[in-house]
Design a protein around this ligand. Sequence first.
Ligand code: MG
Length: 327
Amino acid sequence: MSVPDDRRPTLAFAGATHTGMVREANEDNYVAEPMVFAVADGMGGHAAGEVASEIAADRLRARLKDGAASVDLMVAAVVEANAAIFQAAHSDSSQRGMGTTVVALAALVGPAFPTRLVLANVCDSRAYLFRDGILKRISVDHSYVQELVSTGHITEHEARTHPRRNIVTRALGIEPTVKVDTWVLPLVRGDRYLLCSDGLVDEVDDLDISIILEQESDQQAAADRLVAKANDNGGHDNTSVIVIDVLEGDEDPPVDFVPEFRPEVVLVDADPPPHGNPEIIVVPDEVEPPGRLRALLGTRRRRVVAAVEAVVVVAAIATVVALVLGG
Ligand code: MG
């Protein structure tokens, strides 16, 4: 499907990625093409994380190179990437337990509406909007500390240094299907989007990110400086960033944008998988999942155990009732 020129948003963009100062390999991958952008931060030992993030990047590049004709097609591309990673992980024992984050921004080019942008997120890579000198996070992390923040147990500030901030609650490749959060965003001239892996936000605070985005009008210069800043501050993780500027767009931003911005569309459930129950994955005990995923997989194990216990309790009650009635 080719997209007419008048439906292609005019965007200027650049990406950068770096292994960092501590890790031996870069398990991040990114996509930066005229109609689709994505950051994927792979997780898993023995280079499996790199495989997972590469599968995600390849699938999104292939499916969304002409943008997304609908939000559902964006979701479908992410769900397809999830299934491909899940399948790869289960067909090669060296890749068992691998997973990846994904945050993706694509042109939304359906014929029935004006061209907009659609954002999709799974896990804890992030999308920010920088408008009028103010940095606003759009995506919501699927992580343990995000849940603590959302329920008021800790502040955003405390979350930055929380010892369990690396535990994620949703990722691509862990279950046969995945829930994808999406947002539809207006095209507003002058808006600057930032997609990044956690290697950036763990090392560079919002103020320093804002200063760099304000000072560097060139997208590549901004991306390179953000990565360099993460490395200057320790570079404990791989860092990937994409900076995207909206050069043309005739939609006015909401007047109350800064304090009140809310995504237009949130959370589109993926279709249930054609096989199996997405809630139950039996992870063999001999498999040692990588650290960030251990808690996630542990939750699944506990859920399986709880389901078995529930069945046993119900069977016991039924037996007692049958005995009482029979007697
Ligand atoms: Mg990372």
